[in-house]
Design a protein around this ligand. Structure first.
Ligand code: PAF
Length: 283
């Protein structure tokens, strides 16, 4: 596996594949890779001849009081994991490689409307602008045929799909289901911020989503009541929920006669912000 940093090196590494017209998949990450990321890489390898993984902790998607400075950066360990997965190219740019005009960039990509402004967007102003901007830049530099993202960030995936449609990107967006620990906690680099005691309580977030999913399957449709009950249970266990909502898979308001829903949550446990979601498909 080659690790490159500058855009020049990246383009040189991609040149032979491009000349041979061989499909390239991009897996954008912020590094500190775990099984969840490796599932994205494996899916990418199934779908394309070549896989490029980017590792870039994007300052533009972090709020001023968020964890940009302390976000774990573990490039050597990431490279070893990717090598083990048969990845050919790791692109690990610096801030000036991604934002050559200077940081912050003058040009950004912002999605207006409820899709990006609700849920995460309401609690993390500017977050999706940062994500959409960096993903656009990564797409521009790599020009992949397809790109793979985790369903763990359900709203991010929806935002990226919408951006690709709106801007006419010729990139197929592929979502991969969330990887979980045996006790149900969704894998996330931020889990390592949890104390042992918090880690033991953390699966209650997934349990709350499962409880709502079970009620939906049982025919309950009073979405607000279902969520309020689980919100209260999470609060009783020491969580500080920011949102716990039922939506349609496209994040529009849920319809009582629908067959598909997604339940989404964000909650603080101590100083750690956890997010999770659960798609629900009725048989
Ligand atoms: O999901 C992430 O890790 C990031 O938001 C992404 C898509 C790599 C953009 O920085």
């Amino acid at each position: 596996m080659r690790t490159v940093r500058s855009v020049g090196e990246l383009h040189a590494a991609l040149a032979a594949w491009r000349a041979a017209r061989e499909p390239v998949a991009l897996v954008p990450t912020m590094g500190n890779l775990h099984e969840g990321h490796l599932a994205l890489v494996r899916r990418a390898r199934e779908l394309a001849a070549h896989v490029v993984v980017s590792v870039f902790v994007n300052p533009l998607q972090f709020g001023p009081s968020e964890d940009y400075a302390r976000y774990p950066r573990t490039l050597d360990a990431d490279a070893r994991l990717l090598e083990g997965e048969g990845v050919e190219l790791l692109w690990a740019p610096a801030v000036e490689d991604v934002y050559p005009g200077g940081y912050p960039p003058a040009t950004t990509v912002r999605l207006a409307g409820a899709l990006a402004e609700q849920l995460e967007g309401a609690h993390r102003p500017g977050h999706f602008e940062g994500v959409a901007t960096v993903v656009s830049i990564l797409f521009n530099r790599v020009r992949p045929e397809l790109a793979v993202f985790g369903e763990k960030d359900w709203q991010q995936l929806a935002v990226i799909r919408r951006m690709v449609t709106d801007l006419g990107w010729d990139v197929r967006i592929v979502g991969v289901p969330t990887c979980r620990a045996a006790d149900g906690l969704a894998l996330s680099s931020r889990n390592q911020y949890l104390s042992d005691e918090e880690r033991a309580r953390a699966p209650a977030l997934h349990a709350a989503l499962q409880a709502i999913a079970a009620q939906l399957r049982a025919g309950h449709r009073d979405f607000d009541t279902l969520c309020a009950q689980q919100r209260a249970r999470l609060e009783a266990r020491g969580f500080r929920p920011q949102y716990l909502e039922v939506r349609s898979p496209d994040l529009s308001p849920p319809q009582a006669n629908a067959r598909e829903f997604v339940v989404l949550a964000a909650a603080y446990l101590g100083t750690t912000r956890l997010i999770d979601n659960l798609p629900v498909r009725l048989e």
